[in-house]
Design a binder for this molecule. Structure first.
Ligand SMILES: [Ca+2]
Length: 134
């Protein structure tokens, strides 16, 4: 008999990598162990408080606080791979809240140069040439 259960939710439009501020934070050093994705301000990491040891910042600049609700000692980091957060001004197993600093627009500094993407708006799509084969 037919199954009514929805196995596959509709696939949303996939954004370009780097467009959405995102952190992937890991329980252990070297991007090992359990991990969590963070997409915005997180005043309370819950069970993830005081456990982050390494992370990848996919996009955005972020502030990391060793107390909840953006209190306590603060460290700020941008995109990169951080195998040991303690090597980057953030104490190991200390992060309890995370705040997105930016960008809300084009970033002025801190990003790698050389990857300049030229966005060329194509007007060719406005005129569709129909190919009729018979
Ligand atoms: Ca840890």
């Amino acid at each position: 008999m037919p199954e009514q259960a929805q196995q596959q939710p509709p696939t949303p439009v996939t954004p370009q990598p780097g467009e959405i501020p995102q952190i992937v934070a890991f329980d252990n050093d070297g991007l090992l162990g359990d991990h969590i994705h963070i997409f915005g301000d997180t005043p309370d990491l819950g069970k993830w408080g005081n456990s982050i040891s390494s992370m990848v910042i996919v996009a955005g600049r972020w502030e990391f606080f060793d107390e909840e609700k953006f209190q306590g000692t603060k460290g700020e980091l941008g995109p990169g791979v951080y195998l040991h957060v303690k090597d980057h001004g953030v104490k190991d197993n200390s992060i309890s809240s995370i705040r997105l600093v930016g960008p809300r627009g084009p970033s002025s500094s801190g990003t790698r140069a050389g990857g300049t993407r030229r966005s060329r708006v194509s007007h060719a799509t406005s005129r569709v040439s129909r190919v009729t084969e018979s």
